[in-house]
Write a new protein. Structure first.
Length: 309
């Protein structure tokens, strides 16, 4: 596994190539390959100094390869100097060994999710959540989809983890305001990113689908929740409108691709809980990734350095 690699040792194993490009030598004719590789424990850069036309062809079609090479240290980071790579047949690929997953176990996330659902007393909202989360296709995707492509919880079960965290935060905030509809807040928090199950594909690395590029997860989520609501007889129109508003406004600002800004208290709570959870996750991740440092590197997603001590 990548996390166990040490400089100077030989490597042979199966890795997922998440990014690659061809570069030209500065001091001699010819090209080499620069790769980004990963398994379920982390990622590592790699270079193929003696590339072939066959390799370029393979990289157009495949992304999981068996590799052999040397582990080197370059500018303080480990990287692979790859001697050979060979595409791995589909039936030999074990995705759980290649894709990172939430550190939270599925059992613990399910327990927390059920607790939140049980707290929703409104019969229509409770039924809606169960319709969605107990649907074989939607429920499975909700529990496996990443929360993002890069910035936060970009791993299997990331959406599940993020949604539960946001709902717990929003529920706690709602308890301080008697005027807030707590049931609506929890429901909106659990479903605010539902559209990501159609926005992302993650059979290999995480990528954006055509639907995701053209519509985005907010529109996709509104469509999905609307379809489910329309199957529930007598679902109150005003309740539906408020829930749709939470989904439409959870990014908070127009410049953050939010169709609407929060105009009800429940939407405001979900927006801030969502933003808080995503940014605090980045703090926690930086503390773990750079535990020996006083400061993180500059993080473009947060537009700042983070103090880690």
């Amino acid at each position: 596994m990548i996390q166990d690699l040490k400089a100077g040792e030989r490597y042979q194993g199966i890795l997922l190539i998440t990014d690659w490009k061809e570069a030209t030598f500065r001091n001699k004719p010819g090209s080499y390959l620069i790769l980004t590789c990963q398994d379920c424990t982390g990622s590592i850069g790699g270079k193929v100094w003696e590339m072939t036309a066959q390799m370029s062809h393979w990289l157009q079609e495949f992304d999981v390869f068996e590799m052999k090479g040397q582990v080197n240290e370059f500018r303080g980071n480990l990287e692979l100097s790859i001697d050979s790579l060979q595409p791995v047949p589909e039936d030999k690929i074990e995705l759980t060994e290649l894709l990172q997953a939430s550190p939270e176990s599925a059992g613990e996330l399910e327990k927390r999710l059920k607790t939140l659902v049980q707290e929703v007393e409104d019969p229509y909202l409770n039924l809606l959540i169960k319709h969605i989360l107990e649907d074989p296709k939607i429920g499975k995707a909700y529990r496996s989809c990443p929360a993002a492509r890069k910035i936060h919880q970009a791993y299997l079960r990331g959406l599940w983890e993020h949604s539960v965290e946001v709902a717990e935060l929003a529920a706690s905030l709602a308890s301080h305001y008697p005027e807030v509809d707590r049931d609506l807040t929890i429901t909106g928090a659990l479903l605010h990113d539902l559209g990501k199950i159609s926005e992302y594909e993650y059979a290999r690395g995480i990528d954006v689908t055509t639907e995701g590029r053209l519509l985005g997860h907010i529109v996709l989520g509104i469509q999905m929740v609307t379809r489910e609501i329309d199957m529930i007889l007598g679902f109150p129109v005003e309740l539906k409108t408020k829930l749709m508003h939470i989904l439409a406004s959870h990014h908070g600002r127009y410049e953050w691709q939010s169709p609407k800004r929060p105009k009800i208290m429940e939407a405001l709570l979900v927006h801030y809980a969502d933003a808080m959870e995503a940014e605090l996750w980045q703090f926690k991740h930086a503390k773990g990734a750079y535990s020996d440092s006083e400061w993180s590197p500059y993080l473009p997603s947060m537009e700042r350095y983070l103090y880690l001590k």
